[in-house]
Every structure is written in structure tokens, then in C-alpha cells.
Design a protein around this ligand. Structure first.
Ligand code: 26Y
Length: 821
């Protein structure tokens, strides 16, 4: 009976339709006459969810039987975006559903647009975690993602009077079909309290952490289907709630208000995602999030491990935990605490296990992004952990001292505790000391880590502990899903869709790079994608962009190091240049649409001013008839994953122009090139490796190199007001009020002069403008450009997240696949 009634959903039209109608009438309690597209989306999603759960169950049963080494990917951010279209494609049921729904009067394409994004992340780091989950599932790795189920994801951005304004992201208001609430999977998490020292005999003392307040973490599971596999893995997200939701004593006394007070007043730890990208803000609630996260996760991991009654010495062979940046680093301390205080292991045995289990990925070298927590804050919230951190540091520094005797400055530099008033815990150092492997996310970045940022640690631990795993992106979402026409063309040309699981096969496209017919098809698809984006911009930003303009796109978080400011300055330069041209000269110019999108951290004043400047420039340029045929500028509000899926396939050129040495990798650069868009970029992050793959002739590099930046900065200290002459022209226009009241922009403009121009915009400006001209020239040669675009797509095989994940599996986690047969 059981088998009969739990059989997986059928793969025929009728099964799909039956499931759809059942969810409409039974789950949603609506009727055919009382439903809109959103209800249809919900019913469709619930039907797909049923299929995911079938696969999820099969996968978990298989893993339980085989008991393979589990990979745990710990990340405070998962930027998943929408799930429906992705699930339909990964399960290979999109055609089936399209036909089934057509007969019911719905278009799948309309319904997938009803979904709200799951935006539990800020930018690159969170989206990388999401791509990695897709690859782990597709590659049949027995992996789990762990994260936080924020009630509010990254804020919604609107533009009011040219300024960014933030609104809450009510993503759960209409329910979330992609999560399975596990009210039975809960763990207690303690905060504050005191540490009791128990002397058992002369040789043994134990510490017990007691008292304080407890909260409860509840699990929500998000199934992640692999592509072309039975495998479906899981992201387990924790939601916090107060332990006592209800005060029965007060209730019985008739004090109903007080009975629910705790629930009302205790701030919900997992309520909101911190909206800072690459910028540390030492808020106690954030530390609480981090601890709730690692505490619940480790209890879950350990419970799973204990089911098989293995000895603790087996733990490192069965468990690998990857730290997505330092945000989950408390997990190192928590595991050590559990092993010594609760499981009774010796310090040495416990530490041996801990350091075999953890590995750590660094995503940034920006000093303001390196996490450090004030010791008094940690000691108050997590008293036992603070003791353990001091002990870890003591044993570590004793060892450093043995290896490098009489080098006190080295001890000061390497200490996990930064001295001062107050002292701080340096989380990156703690992560390095507690991990067996540390990796950066692109070659240049990993080298900077080794030779500059963590140099002392390389000298102490040896170079083998530090490695590179270049980032990648999932070709399922970032080509197959977001650019279906190009995906079909590729499959048609290669005669197989095997490239979706082995992206290196794209190189077979390169033989068609000179084929005029193929070029024409390729560029026709690009054109249609530009039409789609142009339509979006018209309806959402009220700017009309002819699709035959060159689409020049910069979309990413707004940050000084990413230099959107330099981009808009160069737009002003172009604007004044075009205005100075004769009619004949204008006819030779390439019409360009410069497209921006991205969120600024709400507290990042300068970044928000950049948005205002972009909008002010757009306003002037877009209404100026002198340049109407040649230049458009637009800021598209509320950049997110689903918007990226519309923007990225439509680029002719995209900009990745960080100051050399500051962008660890970048991952959107990979997405753009994969979709046949060229890069204008600095010699930074993964741009370098993209250049190596596609060839110098297919990428536009400019600017100072990473090892020249310090010297420029040094020179800047004596420069003050004598900026690059072309930049001077631009600054003068802003100062004259051409783009509105110059007093508004003064704090931004002065970063170029009195601010010391830390991101060396002035030193790179000439080279940047020249590179823009080279781009224009190349674009005029239609055949030449088409060939470049084809070669870009063809040579991007390296940048699949499948390759990254296989790299982690082989070199860091030492794990092989465990596929559901
Ligand atoms: C400390 C905390 C406030 C914090 C929060 C978010 C610190 C950093 C971040 C996010 C960092 C981030 O997204 N880094 C990006 O990671 C990508 C994936 O590796 C890289 O491609 C990108 O260059 C890097 O900026």
C-alpha cells in the first residue's frame, strides 16, 4: 500500500493537471473562477514542490544507507532568487508543464514571473553560495547548505528624487512554497549566563556554561534539485524564536498582556539580513545571529553523526565544514566547546578533530570588511567561548614563539586578539588557526592573501595550507535559464546538451566563430535580449533605449572600490565631448546606453551619493536633444537575481573596473562573458583569468596593476588638487552645476582630491577613457565584434561552478560523489 501511494508524480499531462487543480481547489481553496496568475503560480509551484520532495526523500534515504562523508557549507547568506523556473529546467519538466498548463489557459512564462525572489544575501558571496548548491546537487555530492531564514531579506530599493530609499523585503508575506517547515527539528541556543568551574580531582577541571537566556532555532528546509540527476540536496535555514513564547503564570493571574510580553519584546534574532556588503558593523544582534546559526547547525551535524554510533575519531572522515568567509567562524569555537565541555574529550584530541574538519574561504582583502569583535561584547554574550578563544590564542602563540623565538612583533601581528582598549577578536586569524585549508577565490586574490594579508601565517603554517579555488557560476541558471535562445542555439550546434554538465565542451563553438550565418544567429539572439531589457527599462525606469545602441552595463553593489563613480564621471566626459562635435563627426560615433543598477548599504553615504549623481546625469543627458541619438544613461532600481537574469544576456559590454587588487574575484563578469558580452575591466580578480581563457584580443583591459596601486596612493598624498586633465573637465562641469546643485555632490567629488583618491580614479582615468575609445572602435566592426562575442561564450568553460566544486571536493574536502542510482 505504502509503495503504491507514495509513487513519484507521473510524467504525463494528466498527472500535472490533476496536481495543479488539486492544489488550486484543496490547498489554496480557490476555484477556476476565483483565481489570478498568482494563484496559478502557487498551484504550479506546489506541484513542483511535491516532485522536489519525492527526490529529496530518495536522496536522504540513499545517504542514510550509504553514510558517505557529508559536506556542510556554512553561509550567513544564500542569494537564491526565484526557484520555479530553475526547478522546471533542472527536473527537465518545463515542456511538460508548458503543454499541461496551456490546456488550462495559462502560460508558464507568465507564471514564473509571479514569484518573489528569495534574497537572503547581499551580493557576490551569497550568490556564490547559491551557485555552489546547484553544482553540489548536480554533481551528486552528499552536501548540506546551512544558513539563516531571515524574515526580511535584502531591502527593496526605490529611487525617489534620484536618491535610493529602502523598503522592507516582505518576501514571506504570501507564503513560501519552496520551504518545508520542520517544527520538530529545533535546538536550544544559550546566550550570556556564567561559566562554572568544577574541580573533579587534582588533575581535572571542567567548565559548565549555565544560566543566561535561551532561544530556540527552528529548521526550514529548502530542496535544491540537481540538473539531470535524481539527486536533490537540502539547505537548512534556521529561524529563531523565544524559548518561552507564553508566560503561563501571568496568564493564570489574568494578566493577558504580560503573558505575551516576552514574545513581543524579545527582538527576533533572525528577523533581518544585515545589508552591509564588504563592510563590518559590530552590532550585537549580528553576533547573536552568527552564534544561533553555528550552535544549531553543529547540534544538527553532531546528531546526524551520532546516529551511526561511530567514535569521535571518525568525525573528520565523515564531516567537512566549509566556512563561507569568517561569518560562521564561531563554529570553530563551538565545536571545541562541545567536544571538551559536553563530550569530555581532552583539549588536544578535540582541537585535532576541529582543525581536521574546518576549512575557510576568504572573499575580501578590504580592511573594513575584515571581521573583528570587541572582546567585552563576546565575553558578555558568550562567556565560555571567550575563554576558549583566549586558550586557542595562548596555545597558538606559544607555538609561534617556539618556531620564531624572540620575535615579539610577530606575536603582536599574529595574535588572534588585537591589543587595545577594548581588545578585539580577529575572526580571520581565528578561522585560519582553526582550519586545515584556507582559500582565496581567484588567482590574484589568493596570491595577495598569501603574500600580503596573511603572510605571517604562511610563514608559520607553510604555503600548503593556503590555496586558490577560482570561483564559478552555474551554467544552468546563468545561461540555460536566463538565455534560453542562446542555450538552444548551442545545443543545436553541438548536437547535445552535455555542455550543461561539462561546460568545457563550449569550446567546440569556436570553429563557428568566423561562420557568418552562425554569427548572425548569435547576434540576433543578443538583439532580442536587448529588446527584452529595453522593454523592462521603459516600464520600470521610464527611459527609452533603442536596442541598436551599444548596451554598456555595470551592475553590482555600489561601493567606492567598484568605482561606479569613475564610470559616471566618464559618461560626463563623453557627454561634453559629444556636445562639442560637428554633425558630421557625430555621425561617426557609436550610440551607447550606459546602464547601472545596484544597491548601496543604507548607511553608506558616499555610495548613496553615487546613485544620486548617476540619476542626476541621466536626467540631463536623456532630455538633451543634442545627444539623443548617441547617449542614454539609466539607473534601474532594485537590482536582484531575477533582474540580473534579464540584464546579463543583454550586454554588449559590461564593466568590472575595481581598483586593481580590491575585487577578490567577481562572478558577474563570468556571467556576462558566458552570454557573449565583452568585458571592459581592470587587471583584477577573475578578470585576469577570463582574459587568459578568452584571449587578450577579446577583453578590454586598462588601468594600473595591483602592484602599482600603493605607489600611486603614496604619490596622491602630495597631489591634492591637480587631478588628471580630463577628470578636471568633468569635475568643473559638476562644480558649475550642470547636473544640479553642486553642493549636493561636494562630499563625493572631494574624495578625488582632499580625500586622497584612495581608489586611484584620477590615475586610471586617462587609461579608462582610452579603453572606452578602443571599445567604440571595435564595436564599429560588426563582424569582428560578433566573432569576439562568439569566442567569449566558447572559451568560458573554466568558469562553471561545477569546476570550482570539483576542485573543493578533490583538494579540500577529499570526497567523492554519492549518486542516487
Ligand atoms: C563582515 C560582513 C559585514 C560582510 C558581509 C558581506 C563582509 C563581506 C560580505 C560580502 C562579501 C562579498 O560578497 N564578497 C564578494 O565575494 C564574491 C564571491 O567570492 C567575490 O566574487 C567578490 O569579489 C567579493 O567582493
Amino acid at each position: 500500500i505504502w509503495q503504491k501511494f507514495t509513487a513519484p508524480e507521473g510524467m504525463d499531462l494528466e498527472s500535472v493537471q490533476r496536481s495543479f487543480c488539486r492544489h488550486v481547489t484543496k490547498t489554496l481553496a480557490r476555484t477556476a473562477h476565483n483565481m489570478d496568475d498568482f494563484a496559478a503560480y502557487q498551484a504550479l509551484a506546489l506541484g513542483v514542490r511535491d516532485r522536489l520532495i519525492d527526490k529529496w526523500n530518495i536522496t536522504q534515504q540513499h545517504h542514510t544507507k550509504m553514510d558517505p562523508k557529508r559536506i556542510y557549507y556554512l553561509s550567513l547568506e544564500f542569494l537564491l532568487g526565484r526557484s520555479l523556473d530553475n526547478a522546471l529546467l533542472n527536473l527537465d519538466i518545463k515542456e511538460l508543464y508548458r503543454d499541461a498548463l496551456k490546456q488550462l489557459g495559462f502560460r508558464v512564462e507568465d507564471l514564473v514571473n509571479e514569484e518573489v525572489d528569495a534574497a537572503l544575501g547581499n551580493g557576490g558571496l551569497g550568490r556564490l553560495a547559491a551557485c555552489f548548491m546547484d553544482s553540489l546537487s548536480t554533481l551528486n555530492v552528499a552536501a548540506w547548505g546551512y544558513g539563516i531564514r531571515y524574515t526580511y531579506g535584502i531591502f527593496q530599493q526605490r529611487v525617489v528624487d534620484g536618491y535610493q530609499t529602502e523598503f522592507p523585503d516582505y518576501w514571506l508575506n504570501f507564503g513560501n512554497p519552496w520551504e518545508i517547515e520542520r517544527l520538530d527539528v529545533t535546538y536550544e541556543v544559550r546566550f550570556r549566563g556564567y561559566v562554572n568551574k568544577i574541580v573533579e580531582d587534582e588533575n581535572t577541571v571542567r567548565y559548565v556554561w549555565e544560566g543566561g537566556d535561551k532561544v530556540v532555532a527552528v529548521a526550514y528546509d529548502v530542496p535544491i534539485p540537481g540538473f539531470d540527476t535524481k539527486n536533490c540536496i537540502n539547505i537548512r535555514l534556521w529561524s529563531g524564536k523565544p524559548q518561552k513564547e507564553f508566560d503561563f503564570a501571568s496568564f493564570n493571574e489574568g494578566n493577558y498582556e504580560k503573558a505575551v510580553e516576552e514574545q513581543k519584546t524579545s527582538e527576533n534574532i533572525t528577523a533581518v539580513l544585515y545589508p552591509n556588503d564588504n563592510h563590518m558593523v559590530g552590532k550585537i544582534l549580528r553576533l547573536k545571529q552568527q552564534y544561533l546559526f553555528v550552535c544549531a547547525t553543529l547540534q544538527d551535524v553532531i546528531r546526524r553523526f551520532k546516529k551511526t554510533s561511530r567514535p569521535w575519531s571518525d568525525f573528520p572522515g565523515q564531516v567537512a565544514i566549509q566556512l563561507n568567509d569568517t561569518h560562521p567562524t564561531l563554529g570553530i569555537v563551538e565545536l571545541q566547546r562541545v567536544l571538551i565541555d559536553e563530550e569530555g574529550l581532552s583539549w588536544a584530541d578535540a582541537w585535532d578533530i576541529v582543525t581536521k574538519v574546518y576549512s575557510f574561504t576568504n572573499h575580501t582583502v578590504l580592511p573594513e570588511a575584515l571581521e573583528k569583535w570587541a572582546v567585552p561584547l563576546v565575553a558578555d554574550l558568550l562567556p565560555r567561548h571567550m575563554m576558549i578563544i583566549f586558550d586557542i590564542n595562548l596555545f597558538f602563540l606559544q607555538d609561534v614563539e617556539r618556531k620564531f623565538p624572540h620575535d615579539r612583533d610577530r606575536l603582536r601581528r599574529m595574535s588572534i586578539i588585537e591589543e587595545g582598549h577594548p581588545q578585539y577578536v580577529r575572526m580571520a586569524f581565528l578561522a585560519i588557526v582553526g582550519s586545515h585549508t584556507v582559500n582565496g577565490v581567484a588567482e590574484l586574490h589568493s596570491n595577495l592573501i598569501k603574500n600580503v594579508v596573511f603572510k605571517d601565517f604562511v610563514e608559520y603554517f607553510g604555503a600548503a595550507k593556503f590555496t586558490n579555488v577560482t570561483n564559478g557560476v552555474t551554467p544552468r541558471r546563468w545561461l540555460y535559464q536566463c538565455n534560453p535562445r542562446l542555450a538552444s542555439l548551442i545545443t543545436e550546434k553541438l548536437g547535445t546538451r552535455a555542455w550543461l554538465k561539462d561546460l568545457s565542451q563550449l569550446k567546440k563553438l569556436s570553429v563557428f566563430a568566423d561562420d557568418q550565418q552562425f554569427q548572425a544567429k548569435f547576434m540576433e539572439i543578443k538583439y532580442l535580449n536587448k529588446v527584452r531589457l529595453s522593454e523592462y527599462i521603459r516600464t520600470h525606469a521610464n527611459v527609452t533605449i533603442p536596442p541598436d545602441f551599444m548596451f554598456d552595463i555595470q551592475v553590482k553593489r555600489i561601493h567606492e572600490y567598484k568605482r561606479q563613480f569613475m564610470n559616471i564621471l566618464s559618461v560626463i566626459y563623453r557627454y561634453q565631448r559629444l556636445k562639442g562635435l560637428t554633425k558630421e563627426e557625430r555621425a561617426k560615433e557609436v550610440p551607447r546606453a550606459v546602464i547601472f543598477a545596484g544597491k548601496a548599504a543604507p548607511g553608506y553615504f558616499i555610495a548613496k551619493l553615487v546613485i544620486k549623481l548617476i540619476n542626476s546625469v541621466a536626467e540631463i543627458v536623456n532630455k538633451d536633444p543634442d545627444v539623443a541619438q548617441l547617449l542614454k544613461v539609466v539607473f534601474i532600481p532594485n537590482y536582484n537575481v531575477s533582474l540580473a537574469e534579464v540584464i546579463i544576456p543583454a550586454s554588449d559590454i559590461s564593466q568590472h573596473i575595481s581598483t586593481a587588487g580590491t575585487e577578490a574575484s567577481g562572478t558577474s563578469n563570468m556571467k556576462f562573458v558566458l552570454n557573449g558580452g565583452l568585458i571592459l575591466g581592470t587587471v583584477d580578480g577573475a578578470n585576469i583569468e577570463i582574459g587568459e581563457e578568452v584571449g587578450e584580443e577579446n577583453i578590454f583591459f586598462f588601468g594600473k596593476l595591483a602592484d602599482q596601486v600603493e605607489e600611486v596612493r603614496h604619490a596622491n598624498r602630495y597631489r591634492r588638487s591637480d587631478v588628471d586633465p580630463k577628470l578636471r573637465v568633468v569635475i568643473d562641469l559638476i562644480d558649475q552645476g550642470v547636473f544640479g546643485d553642486p553642493r549636493i555632490f561636494e562630499p563625493l567629488v572631494s574624495t578625488l582630491t582632499v580625500g586622497g583618491d584612495y581608489y586611484i580614479i584620477s590615475a586610471d582615468f586617462e587609461s579608462y577613457i582610452t579603453a572606452q575609445d578602443v571599445v567604440d572602435k571595435a564595436y564599429k566592426d560588426k563582424a569582428g565584434w560578433s566573432k569576439k562575442a562568439v569566442m567569449c561564450t566558447a572559451l568560458m568553460g573554466k568558469f562553471s561552478s561545477d569546476r570550482s566544486i570539483l576542485d573543493y571536493c578533490k583538494r579540500i574536502w577529499k570526497v567523492t560523489p554519492c549518486a542516487v542510482p
